[in-house]
Design a protein around this ligand. Structure first.
Ligand SMILES: *Cc1c(COP(=O)(O)O)cnc(C)c1O
Length: 376
């Protein structure tokens, strides 16, 4: 495949570094920040993002599955790498081979890891996931002590940490977060009195909103990519103002055409020109992660001005109204996300229009287009 397209994601590595430093400052000098680089670095490219964070001082990375951790190692990423969403027992040797840290939530996983460790004369450090109210992966705090008893009898593994996850730490003062912190605190006491170890529960929201939640390490994702987890409304607050969105999405105008009043635009003719209008046709559609939900809703920037999407977004094409923008012609630069000439569209703006969150917009755009890295 030829790596060329009208559509380009540009990732600003200086913004990624800036965001890492900001979150590290917020966490404090004694609390390491695990950079979450799953989902191909929230669409920014896992390796490119991890390298930028490493350059800013990051020595700890988190991904969902083993194959991601292996790729990080193969591309030369040093430091600790955590695999946070489980693994098949047939893959346990990979943790030893690639020096990855497993997070477990079942005794079977601990047994499988231990059996391999014993067979090669090694003992691997594992983190245990507890469910403090997210009702997602993890064992309940009440089951922790019996669980640790069982693990203690395994010669090939050692518990070196405890982790959990918050359901709504992005909103300051949430009761569920306060409850989860106290449950986690109690669970950590149990582990530390027996084994020591590193306790971590904070995501971006908790780093920003809940200083009590930092424990021994924090795990930041969305903030490192420049967004507040709770969206636009919170982004303007002083604690989040230093976050810089790192991703922008660019394309070109394919064709410009004049329509008469009454002309219908795109599939289903959901847009009918109510006056003579000028349309720009763009080579961007839902195949590029530009959601069909942006039909008759999206905005793009051309010549520094905003233009609205007319009609349905197609698979590889959409149309925008450039009637009021002087001089638009084929080949003009289009910014679908990012800034140009004083106009700005960010992932929160797009997310709001389609009833989603910045996280999803970044994954959809970032993981469906060619990426380039630039500084600044
Ligand atoms: C993705 C992820 C995070 C980061 O969450 P953000 O809201 O993006 O900061 C933290 N912990 C775990 C286990 C995750 O999967």
């Amino acid at each position: 495949m030829i790596e060329k397209s009208f559509n380009r994601i540009i990732v600003d590595t200086a913004a990624l570094e800036n965001n890492f430093r900001y979150i590290q400052d917020a966490a404090g000098p004694d609390v390491p920040v695990m950079a979450m680089v799953k989902a191909d670095g929230y669409g920014h490219g896992m390796i490119g993002a991890a390298n930028a964070f490493a350059k800013a001082g990051c020595g700890c990375f988190g991904v969902a599955e083993i194959h991601e951790g292996i790729l990080l190692r193969e591309r030369g990423i040093a430091g600790d790498i955590y695999i946070t969403t489980g693994f098949g027992n047939e893959d346990v040797e990979l943790f030893y081979q690639y020096n990855l840290i497993p997070v477990i939530y079942s005794i079977e996983a601990a047994q499988a890891l231990s059996a391999h460790g014993v067979s090669i004369g090694k003992r691997i450090g594992i983190h245990v996931k507890v469910d403090t109210g997210m009702s997602r992966l993890g064992i309940f705090p009440d089951d922790l002590n019996p669980f640790l008893d069982k693990v203690a009898s395994l010669q090939g593994v050692r518990v070196t940490g405890l982790m959990s996850h918050f359901p709504e730490a992005d909103i300051p003062g949430t009761d569920s977060t306060i409850t989860a912190i106290s449950r986690f605190e109690a669970a950590c006491k149990d582990v530390k009195s027996r084994l020591g170890g590193v306790c971590h529960i904070a995501n971006s929201g908790a780093v920003i909103n809940f200083p009590d939640a930092r424990f021994d390490m924090v795990r930041a994702g969305i903030a490192l990519y420049g967004y507040h987890p709770a969206g636009r409304e919170y982004k303007v607050r002083p604690e989040a103002r230093r976050l810089l969105p790192a991703m922008s999405f660019h394309s070109k105008v394919l064709q410009v055409k004049e329509l008469e009043a009454g002309a219908g635009v795109s599939y289903g003719h959901t847009y009918i020109a109510d006056r003579p209008i000028k349309l720009a046709v763009l080579p961007v559609g839902y195949n590029s992660g530009y959601s069909r939900g942006l039909s008759n809703k999206g905005e793009v920037i051309i010549r520094g001005k905003c233009a609205s999407v007319c009609g349905r977004v197609c698979m590889n094409i959409c149309m925008v109204d450039v009637t009021d923008i002087e001089g638009v012609q084929a080949g003009d630069d289009v910014v679908l996300m990012g800034a140009q000439g004083g106009s700005v569209i960010d992932a929160d703006d797009i997310a709001e229009k389609v009833g989603s969150i910045s996280y999803e917009v970044l994954c959809m755009l970032g993981n469906n287009n060619l990426r380039e890295y630039q500084v600044g």
